[in-house]
Design a binder for this molecule. Structure first.
Ligand code: MN
Length: 491
């Protein structure tokens, strides 16, 4: 289980009484934060740090603790920052600098020099911040009173990014198809991705996956079909019920077979391609939707970068409300501009509004039998769409804040799951900025994450990220891309 170390920094200048209070205060803070119910993960109290050797050991321990996803640091009193240099040099886990104070109100009527010396994070945290800035250390700074809800929420939000930063290194993408021929934006440098993000991206022959699928027994398959029939509605579209069920069973067998292969080989994301199906009877549709719902990353047409991003964002979001999408088609009616998001089959049910139906329908692409898929409408609400692109010499992450809105009319003939989006600041500016930045038609989307959380991750990876939000304006966005180029192209 993930956890975060919480530690106060101090020194021995003010005597034991003061240090006893520092320890008491930081313990109370940890207990209160854990009891708040607002943090996704546990905070673990660590003894106050005073010396260079102690600080070094603290970071050494955090580095080697596999469950530790980050450290929360706070200078209760004054902690001379040279003592932190050797520790910060080896610090590998994400850092949150909590700039707060134990007591909320300044005790105007009673304040004396003892109080001043005991509660001096106002200057202790500046000394500490200075050394991290001088050393160029990435960290998130949260300022405010530690019991305030907005402060705790900021810590909670950072925790999700920290998990993404650490877990990025454990993403493994299984490609059972290469990139779609001639397509540019889904290509990329896999060696560089492993250096920058820690992603392992490996290819397997498609028929090796088919062997795993064929090895799944009929009884296992039928049990999963029963589960589907329990959980989802059925829309037969005039098909014979027995023939319909056989098509569904093909996807159940694919789901079990692919998951067996992923588990056995230790992968947590997968890539397919409708044009490279080997012995598959159907394009994996329902099967992929179910795997995404279980937390696996996915990218279509060989898009391993999006598959890894879907996995990353699912890990950050605790598995919830996150999917692969494709910008499909527009509504360009003035004042009502929006984009219909979908894919030929593969949208994750975690984004659905609760009612999902299985349908078996022809697929105009590929040359296999009609695939079963889950059809549903996505929830309303705000979220972020992300696209990671390879510019040849470096990566860029593009994030558009979007809102999933109700579709103005029913779409009875739409054979796939879909979401209807209004990108910020509106479709016209949002799409122009996205295209200027070079964003793909595929995206990894989440209702559960914010652009700020992605920025913390992108900064930790050392890559450029551009956000398209309610304040985006094209001319300054163009300038931002140029300035970012000057900074990120320097090496
Ligand atoms: Mn596609």
């Amino acid at each position: 289980m993930y956890k975060f170390y919480f530690v106060a920094g101090s020194q021995d200048l003010y005597g034991d009484d003061c240090l006893n209070n520092v320890a008491k205060h930081s313990k109370e803070m940890v207990d209160t934060l854990n009891a708040s119910g607002m943090l996704p993960f546990e905070v673990v109290w660590k003894p106050t740090l005073l010396t260079k050797a102690g600080i070094y050991s603290f970071f050494d321990e955090a580095n080697s603790d596999k469950e530790c996803m980050g450290t929360i640091l706070w200078m209760h009193t004054f902690s001379p920052a040279k003592n932190w240099i050797s520790g910060l040099k080896i610090a590998r886990k994400p850092i949150l600098h909590l700039h707060t104070q134990f007591r909320e109100a300044l005790p105007f009527s009673t304040i004396d020099m003892d109080y001043m010396n005991e509660n001096q994070s106002a200057h202790g945290d500046r000394e500490f911040g200075h050394i991290m800035s001088r050393m160029g250390i990435q960290r998130e700074i949260v300022v405010g009173y530690w019991r305030h809800e907005d402060v705790i929420k900021k810590i909670a939000s950072w925790m999700q990014s920290a998990v993404g930063i650490v877990e990025s290194n454990n993403i493994k993408v299984m490609r059972i198809a290469d990139n779609m021929r001639s397509v540019a934006v889904t290509e990329g440098d896999k060696v560089e991705a492993e250096i920058v993000f820690g992603w392992q991206v490996d290819a397997y022959p498609v028929n090796e996956a088919v062997e795993y699928v064929n090895a799944v027994s009929e009884s296992e398959t039928n049990a999963l079909v029963d589960e589907y029939y329990d959980k989802y509605g059925l829309i037969l579209d005039g098909r014979d019920a027995c023939e319909f069920k056989k098509h569904v069973a093909v996807q159940a067998q694919i789901e079990i077979g692919l998951e067996n292969m992923l588990k056995e080989k230790g992968y947590n994301a997968i890539v397919t391609h409708f044009g490279d199906l080997g012995g598959f009877k159907q394009l994996p549709g329902l099967a992929i939707q179910r795997l995404m719902e279980k937390g696996y990353g996915f990218g279509a047409e060989g898009d391993w970068k999006t598959a890894a991003m879907v996995r990353l964002m699912k890990v950050m979001a605790g598995g919830k409300d996150t999917s692969f999408f494709e910008d499909y088609t527009y509504n360009l009616v003035k004042g009502k501009e929006a984009v219909l998001e979908s894919h030929m089959l593969e949208v994750c049910p975690s984004c659905g509004d609760g009612k999902a139906f299985i349908r078996v329908l022809p697929l105009s692409m590929g040359d296999r039998e009609d695939p079963a898929r889950l059809v549903f409408t996505c929830k309303e609400g705000k979220g972020i769409a992300t696209s990671l692109i390879d510019l040849g010499n470096r990566f860029r992450l593009i994030v558009n804040e979007v809102e999933s809105i109700p579709c103005p009319e029913e779409m009875p003939n739409l054979p796939v799951a879909s979401s209807y989006w209004r990108p910020e600041p509106n479709l016209l500016v949002g799409a122009e900025a996205w295209i200027l930045a070079g964003g793909a038609h595929h995206s990894s989307f989440s209702y559960a994450l914010t652009s700020h959380q992605m920025k913390i991750w992108a900064d930790a990876m050392g890559i450029e990220m551009v956000t398209i939000d309610k304040n985006t304006e094209i001319e300054s966005f163009k300038d931002r891309l140029k300035w970012n180029g000057a900074y990120y192209d320097r090496r």
